[in-house]
Design a protein around this ligand. Sequence first.
Ligand SMILES: NC(=O)c1ccc[n+]([C@@H]2O[C@H](COP(=O)([O-])OP(=O)(O)OC[C@H]3O[C@@H](n4cnc5c(N)ncnc54)[C@H](OP(=O)(O)O)[C@@H]3O)[C@@H](O)[C@H]2O)c1
Length: 249
Amino acid sequence: MPNHRPFDGSRRALLGAGGAFALAAALRPWHVVAQTAGAKLPIGVIGSGRVGGTIGGLWVKAGHPVLFSSRHPDELKDMVGGLGPLAQAGTAAQAIAFGGALFVAVPYGALPQLGQEFGDALKNKIVLDACNAVAGRDGAPIAEEVEQNGIGITSQKYLAGARLVRAFNTLSYTIFAREANRADPKLAIPIAGDDAEAVRVAEELVRDAGFHPVLVGKLADARRFQRGAPGYGQSVSAAELKQKLSLPP
Ligand SMILES: NC(=O)c1ccc[n+]([C@@H]2O[C@H](COP(=O)([O-])OP(=O)(O)OC[C@H]3O[C@@H](n4cnc5c(N)ncnc54)[C@H](OP(=O)(O)O)[C@@H]3O)[C@@H](O)[C@H]2O)c1
């Protein structure tokens, strides 16, 4: 997979803001944003790279205030500037505090550390988890754990207390960018989660990003669309995905 940043190849190249960027001044509390933006759910993105930047950008276009986070928030200034006033950059802690829902798109090997560092703040948060375990990048032990226990159960172990929904893990960010909001039938996005309210929110966010959510089941069922499984890599409509996974129409 090419090492592209969202939309145009480099988040640093997403121009449009111009001028100096003062991070502290740029962070706007949700109640202030809400007055000017209607009532779309604010979203905090953790891992604002290819997938986080792409899906977060689609939510901004749909009218969601999005706080993109990074360990180096200054590096996001051009990307958020290019996305307009609903987008802002900050730290992971700020994204967690800001988001009515969070989108996590970091290398899978970073999840244990994320859980340790932000465990308390993540409790009861709705978290859409797009992370895939790749042995070569994330280490063999965690990849084997995912293989053995399933990715939904493993993510929930590391992000204990979060209301987790697996989503947006099965296709390349280039496909997400290209196929979002296409004419019907929309591209299907398989999701899975144990928390009914979190699943409902995730379904809404998948729709807002321009896709068709397909609920595969509980977190234990997320293994049906993890890397190497039949539901992975399927660039198909909802009806086709349901058929492939023997889900009711
Ligand atoms: N690429 C795809 O098409 C695709 C599709 C579906 C799912 N996925 C999965 O989504 C996740 C992200 O993939 P990606 O391709 O978007 O990766 P990416 O472009 O490298 O972005 C990942 C981001 O995570 C942050 N990050 C890296 N290490 C971290 C750590 N130890 N702690 C906290 N943050 C860290 C980095 O942000 P900062 O350096 O700015 O902090 C980076 O921008 C992976 O698990 C991948 O398997 C990828």
